[in-house]
Design a protein. Structure first.
Length: 318
């Protein structure tokens, strides 16, 4: 007869796994730690891959621009054509912004003298001392071009942030405004021209003409924002373009008044009516709150004159 099993021994948890309960727990913890490390490594790998893909997608380059091909057909673009179109627009937008990005980089290199431990390309025994030495030899950028880019990039950056597609030639025309006043004033001139003709009609010539008309004694509040400054400048220019008000009555008007005064004298059966009396009666009629006929006539004439002056001013800006 077989010996009965020792059920107590068989169910002794300490005998499981060939060791005590402490060893079993340690082994389970070790396995769990290994699994977690593997998961963490996998997540890190996925993140690294995603970052690499994002960097590659954002990287500019000629290889990102689709090759020129003939259209698939007429009418609406195909899905593939639309994707190529969008890729090309992105590349064009990047090029439009590249100039002020380059300008900021040049300014940063210049201000920080970050070239100071780079050996001179033509005189290797010494390092570059100025941005004027470094830019032409290291990057093929002329001294004048470097100065213009450095001066213009802050304006280009703000205009881009406001949604304007400004090119270096346009911005160059308003750099003097920034130098004479402040950055907001330069932006305000651009905004004024854009508001007057349309954002897509801004040209370097229109900006140049506008800047030329700014009076030498112009005073602008540095604390005003761009839109307020644009309105201020517009008001100043309109006033500047209007003909100077003359307090002398033109001879032709004087003759016409005298002629009408004779007609009044005939109606009133008087030998003559002095011009001073005519002026008095006109002023009384103009100020009459009950009858605004004369006031309305004067107002209409002044509005027509102001409209003509503004039209002449806008034409001058062109």
């Amino acid at each position: 007869m077989s010996k009965p099993k020792d059920w107590e021994a068989e169910t002794d948890w300490g005998s499981l796994g060939g060791g005590g309960s402490g060893k079993t727990a340690e082994k389970l913890a070790k396995n769990e730690k290994t699994t977690e490390e593997q998961r963490a490594a996998a997540r890190a790998s996925q993140v690294e891959k995603a970052v690499a893909e994002a960097i590659e997608a954002a990287r500019p380059g000629l290889d990102k621009v689709p090759d020129p091909v003939e259209p698939v057909g007429e009418g609406e673009l195909t899905g593939e054509e639309r994707k190529r179109y969008q890729d090309c627009v992105k590349a064009i937008d990047l090029a439009n912004q590249a100039w002020f990005i380059q300008g900021k980089a040049l300014d940063t290199v210049a201000v920080g003298r970050l070239f100071r431990d780079t050996p001179h390309k033509l005189e290797p025994h010494r390092n570059y001392e100025t941005i004027e030495e470094w830019a032409p030899l290291e990057k093929g950028i002329s001294v004048g071009g470097c100065s213009k880019l450095r001066a213009a990039w802050p304006i280009g950056e703000v205009l881009a942030a406001r949604g304007f597609d400004a090119n270096p030639g346009q911005v160059r025309e308003i750099v003097p405004v920034r130098n004479a006043f402040n950055l907001n004033a330069a932006i305000a001139v651009y905004v004024l021209v854009a508001d007057s003709w349309g954002a897509d009609k801004v040209t370097a010539e229109r900006l140049r003409n506008t800047v030329k008309m700014l009076p030498g004694d112009l005073k602008l509040d540095e604390d005003e924002d761009v839109d307020a400054l644009a309105k201020t400048i517009k008001g100043v220019l309109v006033e500047e373009l209007q003909p100077a008000v003359s307090h002398a009555i033109p001879a032709a008007v004087t003759r016409a008044v005298d002629k009408r005064a004779i007609g009044l004298a005939d109606v009133l059966d008087r030998p003559r009516i002095p011009r001073s009396e005519v002026t008095l009666r006109l002023m009384e009629a103009f100020a009459d709150p009950e009858d605004t006929t004369v006031y309305d006539a004067v107002l209409e004439r002044m509005q027509e004159a102001e409209k003509a002056a503004k039209k002449a001013g806008k034409k001058a800006l062109e």
